[in-house]
Structure formats: structure tokens, C-alpha cells
Design a protein around this ligand. Structure first.
Ligand SMILES: [Zn+2]
Length: 372
């Protein structure tokens, strides 16, 4: 397979133009006008641009999808500008009956869950350098690259590594947590000559969906007559996903969840996300097997750091089923107590906040009654 590269000039309003490139040594990338629109749409909405002009014909269903994507984002963020996509619609091609399936893969819980669930239908794993790990972080990129290649070999899947400056462009305009779904769609659209189906592993379950760039309502709307995007895995909670993948040897050797990566650490073992994953793996009886975590979740850190406690509170719905499983193990009870105490702080704080609000409201009423 010969590699290839695509690029486009991006300029929003009066800002400096930037050349965005996407390249791969592993796959043939296609110049897709839909990829250009997917890359630019949200930055243009955030920048207040009126239009995106495309000189090639666009897939009609994609154009319809872009309309709905803008509806959704404007519902979430009414200040965003609606962007007119100026371009003609092309006639729909007949969909290929037997296309291949790619799945985006980072080595995390969601990626492994979708890979194991669809191991019979996935043909290739796609990792994008420049998204979760910066292009300049060469040592960590090498580690991640080795991980994806090893997992691909173990599951007998083709591996496609992509490099791109897309995030360097988007970070100037839109927050990554809102943009990353469009970024994945952009890459998937450049791979549409190679793959007819593209799996995007989900971040949240159906009963706890959030305003998030990759979302079950949005991802399928980036589809064209060449490629269908599938947002996968919302049926399972994070703890259920951990349990589902916990028996797999590749997970034990390569699971990678940390996004802080201090000093290039693969998993730091100290941030909330590492602590949460370790807690779930402990509850699933698999933490000892996982060599990418070198220690048990630190009770001291949970008790000491308000930042960790705040995230535990925000994600308490994820922790609760795991705590139930852990509380049956006497040796894990100190950890359970530390996490429960972080969660309970919520209700205590909420009570204090409510009391203060009532006191202030009463004070305002009294002042308005007695002051001239
Ligand atoms: Zn970490």
C-alpha cells in the first residue's frame, strides 16, 4: 500500500490562512470535498463565518446531515453562527455492497470495547497522530504506535496510522471536546475509497449522554454515499465496558487511558481517569493482570486532591456500580470509603449551597421591605 497525503488551505474571516494536511504511510487518502466541509464547519460556526465555498459537488445526504448537525449545535450553543455551505449537490452513487470496516482506535476502554465487540467485522484499526497526542510528542507517539501495531497483530487487523495538523487548526477556533467528532469524520471521509464503514467508539452511555463533539445523534450525519459512520457502544456503561474487555490479553498489555501523560507517561496512574479505570478493573478482578498500571488506585490522592474528588462527584454515576462490586471485597473497603466520601461531599456541599441561597434570598426580601 503506497501512502498518500491531502491538504487544504483554511482561512476563517480575517484570520491568517493555514495549510492543514492529513497523511498516511498505510493508506490511500482521497481528496474529499465532504472532508473539507467536515473540517471547517464547526470552526466556521465558532468564528462567525457566513459560508464555506466548495468548488466540487457534494453528496446530497451529507449536505442534509450538515444542516441537522448545525441544528443540534445551535440548540446546544445558540451563539454559534449558522454557516451556508455553497456548493452543488451530486447524484447519489449506488452504495458498494461489500465494503470494508475501519474502527478508530486509541488503546482506551471505548476503543477496546468496540474492537472486541466487532472483532469479526472490523478490518482495520485507525490511529490518528495529532489528536490525543501532540505531533511534537515523539517519544509518546512512538509508544502509542508500537501499541496500535501490536494490538493490530494480535487481533489480525490492518493498522492505519494517520498524521495530521487538523487539531492545530481547530484549536484556534473550537474546543476539542466539541470538535473531535468532526475531526474523526474528516479523517474517515479521506479514507472513504478504502472503507465503506467507519466505527467511532462512544464515550458515554445512552442514559448519560452529554453535549459532546462525538455523539450518537451527530456522528452518523457525517455519512456519505461512500462511507457510513457508526457511533458504537452507547449500550454499555464504562464499568460494563471494563468488565467486557477485562479478560483480554491485549487489554492487559496495552490499555491506555491517561490523557495527562506527565513526563510522557503511558498511564500516569495518578489522574482521576487513571484512578477511575484502575478502580473499575479492580472491581472486575483484572487490575493485577494489567501491566500498564503499576500500582493500586491511591487512596491518599483521592483524599488529598479536590480536583480528583470533584471529577469523582461529577462522574459518580459511573463509579456506583463498581463500588457495589468492590464493597464485597474486604481488602477494597478503604478505597470504597474514600470514593464514597468524595461523592457524598456533593450532597453536603449542595445542602450548604442551598442554605446559603435561601439565606441570601431572605436577606434581599428583608432589605427591600425595610429600605427606602
Ligand atoms: Zn493518568
Amino acid at each position: 500500500m503506497s501512502g498518500s497525503s491531502v491538504s487544504f488551505r483554511a482561512q476563517l474571516r480575517s484570520q491568517e490562512a493555514l495549510t492543514v494536511w492529513i497523511q498516511s504511510q498505510d493508506a490511500r487518502l482521497s481528496v474529499s470535498p465532504e472532508a473539507y466541509v467536515a473540517a471547517l464547519l464547526l470552526p466556521a460556526m465558532y468564528a462567525g463565518s457566513d459560508s464555506i465555498v466548495v468548488d466540487k459537488a457534494l453528496d446530497q445526504s451529507f449536505l442534509n446531515g450538515v444542516d441537522t448537525i448545525q441544528d443540534i449545535f445551535q440548540t446546544w450553543h445558540p451563539h454559534l453562527q449558522r454557516v451556508h455551505v455553497v456548493g452543488s449537490a451530486r447524484e447519489r452513487k449506488s452504495r458498494r455492497r461489500e465494503g470494508r470496516t475501519a474502527s478508530f482506535f486509541t488503546g482506551g476502554v471505548d476503543s477496546f470495547y468496540s474492537l472486541i465487540k466487532h472483532r469479526d467485522t472490523i478490518d482495520a484499526l485507525v490511529y490518528v497522530h495529532g489528536f490525543d497526542v501532540a505531533l511534537g510528542n515523539t517519544p509518546l507517539r512512538r509508544q502509542v504506535s508500537r501499541m496500535v501495531r501490536a494490538v493490530g497483530a494480535q487481533f489480525e487487523k490492518e493498522v492505519i496510522e494517520i498524521e495530521t495538523t487538523l487539531r492545530e487548526f481547530s484549536d484556534r477556533h473550537a474546543p476539542w471536546e466539541r470538535y473531535h467528532g468532526a475531526a474523526l469524520a474528516t479523517v474517515g471521509l479521506t479514507l472513504s475509497e478504502e472503507f465503506s464503514h467507519c466505527i467511532i467508539p462512544s464515550s458515554f452511555p445512552y442514559n448519560h449522554l452529554r453535549i459532546w463533539g462525538s455523539h450518537p445523534l451527530i456522528d452518523p450525519l457525517w455519512s456519505t454515499d461512500m462511507v457510513t459512520f457508526i457511533h458504537d457502544g452507547c449500550e454499555a456503561s464504562r464499568f460494563e465496558k471494563c468488565k467486557h474487555i477485562s479478560g483480554n490479553e491485549a487489554v492487559h498489555r496495552y490499555l491506555r487511558v491517561c490523557w495527562r501523560n506527565p513526563e510522557g507517561a503511558y498511564n500516569c496512574g495518578r489522574c482521576e481517569k487513571c484512578i477511575r479505570t484502575m478502580t473499575f478493573l479492580l472491581a472486575a478482578g483484572a487490575l493485577d493482570e494489567c501491566s500498564t498500571f503499576s500500582e493500586a488506585p491511591s487512596i491518599k490522592r483521592i483524599k488529598r486532591y479536590e480536583e480528583i474528588q470533584a471529577t469523582i462527584r461529577r462522574l459518580s454515576y459511573q463509579y456506583l456500580p463498581a463500588l457495589q462490586a468492590l464493597s464485597e471485597k474486604p481488602e477494597s473497603r478503604p478505597l470504597v470509603r474514600a470514593i464514597e466520601s468524595a461523592i457524598q461531599k456533593t450532597s453536603l456541599r449542595a445542602k450548604v449551597h442551598t442554605i446559603l441561597r435561601k439565606v441570601r434570598a431572605r436577606a434581599r426580601r428583608v432589605s427591600s421591605k425595610f429600605l427606602p
